[in-house]
Structure formats: C-alpha cells, structure tokens
Design a protein around this ligand. Structure first.
Ligand code: ZN
Length: 464
C-alpha cells in the first residue's frame, strides 16, 4: 500500500516537471512575413516584418535581428531572428538571395548587316559588352563564324547569356571609278595629232581594272568640231562606270590674218565719266570695240557695252597681282568672279580674256614661278581665248595726254596685220583721243572690229 503511494507521488512529480519543461523548451511561433526572399541586385533590402508568439503571448519586441545583406554583391545572405524566453534562446533564419537576372548587352561596332567584297573575308570591326553587374565583359565574348553570319555570345557571372548576330553579305555594289589624266575638256588645233592623255580605273573589290576600260569615239583633227570620247568599265559584279571627255578641234591662232583690221580694246573699266563717253563716241562713229572689264565701276555701263553690241571680255576681278597670280586656283577664282559679274548683268558667259599685265608679264614671277607657262595653255584647254596686244597706246603711264595716246596708236598701225590696240577706258586722255584715232583709221582704209571667239588670238611670248 505504501509502495503504491510512493509510485503515485513520483509519477505526479514527473508529470509536473515534464509539463514545466514542455512549457519552457517548446519553441515559440516565428511568423516571418514573406519568408525567404530573392532581390534583384542593386535593389534595397528592407525588413519585411515578423511576429513571435508563444501560447498567445507576443514576444516580437524582444526579438534581436542579426546578420547583414549586401545588395551590391550577388550571393545568399542569412538574417537570424533571436528571442530569449525565460532564459532560453530561440532562433529562426531568413534567407535573402541577391540575384543578377539582367543579361549583358553586346554592342556591335559597324553595321549589323554588312557587306564585303565577294573575294574578301569580313574584317572584324569590333564590339563592346556591358553588364549591369560584371561591367566590362568584352574579353569574354565568344565568336562563332558561319557562312553568312558571325555570332557573338557572352555569359555573365550569374549565367545570363546574350547572343548577337552580324549578317555578312558577300557582294560588290560599288561602281568602279575612272579617273581621266589631263582635262575633261581639251582643245587641240586643227591638223595636230590627238593623243589621249590617259586614264585609270579602280574598283573597291577588283582593284586596278584600267586594262578593262573600253573607249568609244573618235577625234577628227582635220575637222573643226566638238568630239566626245566615252570611257567605260565594268567590275566583276557588273557595276559600270562611264565617263566622257570632250575634245574640241579649233582653229590654230594666227597673227598674220585680219590685215588692216583695228581692234580697239579697253582694259580696267568700266568707269563713270570715261566709259560712258567712250560708248557715246563708238555709237556715233558706228564702231564696235572690246572691253576687258573688272569688278569695278557701275553695272549699267557693262550692260550698255553689251547691249550696244560691243564685246565684253574678262580682265580681272581684283586687278591685284598678288591675288591673281598667287596660284592657278587663285587665278581662276578671280577670273570666275568677274565672269559671274558679266553673266549676271548680261546673261552672257564671256570666254574672251586678257591677262592682267599681258601673258608676257614678269610681275607674276614674284608670286608663282612658271604660272604664265601653265595658264596660257590651260585657259585654251578650258575653252577660253586670250588676247594680248601689238600696239600700246601708252596710256598706262608712258603718256598722260590725248595727243600722246593718239600718236602712240597711229604711228604703229600697219596694214599688214591685225592691229590689237591696248587702251584703258578709265583714262580721260584716252577718252579724249578716241574720236581722232577712229577718224584716222577710217581715213586710211582700216576697218574696225570687235573681238569674237573666232578672232585669231594675238599673243605675246611667255616670260614666266
Ligand atoms: Zn589692267
């Protein structure tokens, strides 16, 4: 009986101790909001919140949080929630994954669709790779070459893969190019031999294809006229280039024809006060003359010259030797400027010129050695006609009186040639000598003509 009683007491104690132990050691209920979390690299981690309860009592405020998340580094992080209840510590973990799900970006240098010559391999133009996490991955690119494409692949450290393709078309779409040696427009004298100055042809894919050029057209140097020579070439892809050259067969300049003709030529104008009076005299005398004009003076006088049937020739825009004879280009710039003025005022494109200082001038040596040797040929090749003189009126400095001008002219007139007289319509003493010069010419059987494109050139010897 006593023994039974003892067992009963021991059992009761065990049940009480067990109950207390169960109460103490039973873990609380951790409610971690959102549980384990995955966050894209770079985004901020904020505590989603939690609740810790045991037997209905809230222990949330006693919780200590341990652990750190580095959102700048891909990886798995653990946050530990710790709570002490009746001296016993309970823990719960939350896993936070920082991930990189963004693919790298491959940027191709050059075109995505590109073409190369059929006989050539594509030469890599390059590429760049950027990645939100790994930054520069350019060195990690793998290149696979196929018949018609190049495949670029790259994978970042998180396994995100990017593929970009470049399409390669083998073709030649570019026409070859023919380059003419010498001018596109060439003038040669009647009876001279025509020799083609030559040409070359090249193609991006085929290289030098000069030997494939075919020529069409003939030049009959025994007949005055304009002839066309056509140069043609095709590359292997049948792209064609065509270029044309114009050859003009013109009369040989002579100084022996036009006997007894007087060409009155006036340089450096127009000028108010002289040119207008000269035009009046020419009209009254029924004589045509030639004016080699500049960019100076009033527009209306150039229009009068043209409208009253005279020849408007080109002298120089600037009449500044250091500009005019600085270079061949500079010469043509100056010439074109005065040519454009005449064209604007009259609608007429004058190709009749007089070099400042004449073609025999030596002043041009100061600015460009040999320029007159080049220009005297080149202007003719370009279709111009230039006229020097064989009688100088001396009105550029030698004399300043109308009787001086008159005498210089008439004493040099000859019936055995054409008389090309240099005068300046900006000089009052020339204006005042003009009527007497015309009267003398008429009384002595001379005829007056203006220069035209068929007037034989009167040229000096070249000294530079
Ligand atoms: Zn001049």
């Amino acid at each position: 009986m006593k023994k039974k009683y003892v067992i009963c007491i021991i059992l009761s104690i065990l049940i009480i101790v067990g109950g207390i132990s169960l109460f103490l050691f039973l873990p609380p209920n951790f409610n971690l909001k959102k549980g384990d979390i995955s966050i894209e690299y770079g985004k901020k981690y904020t505590e989603p919140g939690f609740e810790v309860t045991k037997f209905g009592k809230d222990y949330s405020k006693k919780v200590k949080i341990k652990g750190k998340v580095n959102n700048k580094k891909v990886g798995t992080y653990k946050i530990t929630y710790e709570v002490k209840i009746f001296g016993i510590t309970f823990k719960k973990e939350r896993t936070i994954k920082i991930t990189d799900d963004e693919k790298p970006v491959i940027t191709l240098i050059g075109n995505k669709n590109t073409s190369v010559c059929p006989n050539k391999e594509y030469e890599e133009e390059g590429y760049e790779v950027t990645d939100n996490y790994d930054k520069d991955l350019t060195d990690k690119v793998k290149i696979t070459k196929k018949e018609n494409e190049i495949i670029y692949t790259v994978t970042d450290s998180s396994g995100n893969k990017t593929t970009v393709k470049r399409k390669i078309t083998k073709e030649d779409k570019t026409a070859p190019q023919i380059t003419l040696k010498g001018n596109k427009e060439i003038s040669i004298y009647l009876g001279n031999t025509w020799t083609d100055p030559g040409f070359s042809a090249s193609d991006i894919c085929d290289g030098d294809i000069t030997s494939n050029v075919s020529k069409e057209g003939n030049v009959n140097t025994n007949k005055i006229g304009t002839y066309k020579i056509t140069y043609k070439v095709k590359d292997k892809a049948s792209n064609e280039a065509v270029i044309e050259r114009t050859v003009k067969v013109i009369n040989k300049p002579t100084t022996s024809s036009g006997k007894g003709i007087i060409y009155l030529t006036f340089d450096d104008g127009p000028k108010e006060g002289t040119t207008n009076v000269i035009l009046d005299i020419l009209k009254e005398e029924g004589v045509k003359a030639t004016f080699f004009v500049t960019n100076n003076g009033p527009d209306y006088l150039i229009q009068r010259e043209y409208n009253e049937g005279h020849t408007v020739g080109l002298h120089t825009a600037s009449h500044n030797y250091s500009i005019v004879y600085k270079s061949v280009d500079s010469y043509y710039n100056d010439l074109t400027s005065v040519q454009n003025r005449v064209k604007r005022l009259t609608g007429y494109t004058s190709k009749i010129i007089r070099f400042p200082g004449g073609s025999s001038n030596t002043v041009s040596k100061n600015y460009s050695k040999g320029i007159m040797t080049i220009l005297t040929k080149d202007v003719v090749n370009k279709g111009y006609r230039y006229y020097d003189w064989n009688i100088s009126s001396g009105d550029a400095g030698e004399t300043t009186s109308s009787s001086g001008v008159y005498n210089n002219v008439i004493k040099n007139l000859s019936k055995n040639r054409s008389n090309m007289i240099l005068m300046h319509d900006i000089k009052p003493y020339t204006r005042d000598a003009l009527r007497n010069i015309i009267r003398y010419g008429k009384n002595n059987g001379y005829t007056f003509e203006k220069i035209t494109m068929s007037t034989p050139m009167v040229t000096h010897g070249v000294n530079n």
